[in-house]
Design a protein around this ligand. Sequence first.
Ligand SMILES: NC(=O)c1ccc[n+]([C@@H]2O[C@H](COP(=O)([O-])OP(=O)(O)OC[C@H]3O[C@@H](n4cnc5c(N)ncnc54)[C@H](OP(=O)(O)O)[C@@H]3O)[C@@H](O)[C@H]2O)c1
Length: 259
Amino acid sequence: MNIGVLGTGQISSSLVRGFCTDTAGKDLHFYVSPRNREKAAALAAAFPEQVTVCETNQQVVDQSEWVLLALLPPQAEEILRPLRFRQEQNIITLISDHGLKEIVSWTGPVRKAIRMVPLPFAELHMGPIVYCPKDTEVEQLFAPLGQVLALDGEEKLNTVLTMTALMSPFYLLIHKTVEWGKDHGLSDRTALDYMSSFFEALSAMAQRAPDSEAVRMLCCDTTKGGLNESAYQWIESGGGYTFWLQAMDQVWDRLNKTE
Ligand SMILES: NC(=O)c1ccc[n+]([C@@H]2O[C@H](COP(=O)([O-])OP(=O)(O)OC[C@H]3O[C@@H](n4cnc5c(N)ncnc54)[C@H](OP(=O)(O)O)[C@@H]3O)[C@@H](O)[C@H]2O)c1
């Protein structure tokens, strides 16, 4: 199957790498847009049998049964409008700020139009990939890249998309706590190994919890007067959690303004 990629950037590179490093992806061929030139060249060099760098965006569309739209929101309309999509073609948009109706008004009618939120960990064949509307072909295609989950409606997709905006704050939290560990005597490697493994194990515990209340208990059932209690109470009384929720509110407002 031929898959086109419009916008060879961070997320589409992760997806192509994820597909090309899985045996289930061996029957896929990727026709990627010439921009970003370095990223497109890197994919073609890593997977010469499976990646072709096209000369133009129209060539990407012409070669493909499925086209991944991985363009930046402000550029998407200008890039998509002049392209000629075929009615029997399928598109999967990853573009954050625009809903399916708007995207299809730019591409014209297509066989299937899917909106999806993958994340860079798809390259490692792990983590959630949410999308809508539900589609068995999409589920089969993306299954090697992680846990594929259909949501019923774009409003729910926007809720999840808002949650994904915590990816960067989370990485910065790891970075800052690792730096703190280094300032207090640990090597970079030890501090990073410890914090990443620590958060992975905490997430595994949260994932096993039956509901959100059980996760709250994981927080509050720590030693009375202990180290964890003093840390979370310090953060809570200083409004630390409110900041995270406010960050989500402003992302949510942005997404829903542009729908
Ligand atoms: N990054 C993520 O984790 C993630 C996750 C889910 C969804 N998304 C969404 O996916 C989209 C892409 O995000 P990204 O992080 O991958 O951004 P990115 O790395 O900046 O990728 C955008 C790509 O579009 C290319 N481009 C610019 N003009 C073009 C043109 N005329 N024709 C074809 N390609 C062109 C850029 O090339 P140049 O560098 O040459 O300008 C760049 O490679 C965004 O809408 C984002 O919201 C991202």
